[in-house]
Design a protein around this ligand. Structure first.
Ligand SMILES: Nc1ncnc2c1ncn2[C@@H]1O[C@H](COP(=O)(O)OP(=O)(O)OP(=O)(O)O)[C@@H](O)[C@H]1O
Ligand SMILES: [Mg+2]
Length: 263
């Protein structure tokens, strides 16, 4: 069972979040709090509104209504770049990895994209490499090692296995030095053994690299293993919220989601 600590003020606070697309209410009146130190799971059937929530929280969509507060700052409607600079960084359901670049270059690019330093310097380092560039390279190498990809440091991303690619996607997000890391289906396509290894890496990140993680994931074993709390979405609304074992046994959740997954 995951250990839940006593959290004072939420790191991320969402109130009354709504998004409509034409006549479709994709996200309806969502409240959620993510506390410092926890892994928060966001689950629900396909089309429930999970990715839309990510897009609203991280500035890729503007909410129809509602407020998003991160570390005490109202970030509603801010640009994704500005939000990432505050330390709220997300991965994408579709890969953000550049297939022709090596593992190391991808992580370094993640760093420069988040800091807006010159990307050219990443790939064409001139004679006088600055201290900032050296530090970025050291940091990228450390993250690659942390994610268990040291042996693949110089391998082009297109040569990676599915499992390695998933680890690289997290590494690219980590390069932006997030306080809160939001991962959208990071274990998609992994077998159960790979997913469990991935889960233990995520748990170790929470202790060493990031304060909190929000995880959207369809792999229920992984969610149950790594999350301190879970929120279930269904048709854009919140259906349930609680500890993983509570949510797993909620009849409404079984009907809406877990039941469907078992079918
Ligand atoms: N840009 C958009 N324009 C119109 N409709 C959208 C847009 N983005 C999402 N939707 C719709 O909003 C609803 C929620 O989609 P969303 O991608 O958030 O679901 P999800 O929970 O992430 O699903 P999945 O598990 O399949 O990734 C869906 O009906 C989807 O078709
Ligand atoms: Mg999605």
């Amino acid at each position: 069972m995951s250990e839940v600590q006593n959290f004072p003020t939420p790191m991320l606070s969402v109130r009354g979040l709504c998004k409509t697309f034409g006549g479709l209410k994709a996200v309806q009146d969502i409240d959620l709090d993510v506390n410092s130190g926890e892994v928060f799971g966001l689950i629900g059937p396909n089309g429930a509104g999970k990715t839309t929530c990510f897009n609203l929280i991280t500035g890729f969509y503007t909410p129809t209504a509602g407020r998003v507060t991160f570390q005490g700052h109202d970030i509603t409607g801010h640009s994704p770049y500005r939000i990432a600079r505050r330390g709220l960084v997300r991965s994408f359901q579709k890969t953000n990895v550049l297939k022709a670049l090596s593992v190391f270059e991808n992580v370094l690019a993640g760093h420069y994209l988040s800091t807006r330093q010159t990307l050219l310097a990443t790939f064409f380092p001139h004679a006088g490499v600055s201290r900032a560039e050296r530090e970025a390279r050291d940091s990228a190498a450390r993250i690659v090692e942390l994610m268990g990809l040291a042996a693949r440091m110089d391998t082009p991303a297109f040569r990676l296995s599915c499992g390695e690619l998933r680890l690289l996607e997290v590494a690219v997000a980590l390069a932006a030095k997030p306080a809160l890391l939001m991962l959208d289906e990071p274990a998609a396509g992994l077998n159960s053994q790979e997913a469990m290894r991935f889960g233990s890496i995520l748990k170790s990140l929470r202790r060493s690299e990031v304060e909190s993680i929000v995880l959207v994931e369809h792999n229920m074993s992984l969610v149950m293993e790594v999350c301190d709390r879970v929120m279930v979405m269904h048709f854009g609304s919140k259906l349930a919220e609680g500890r993983p074992e509570q949510v797993k046994n909620d009849p409404q959740v079984i009907e809406a989601y877990l039941g469907r997954a078992r079918a």
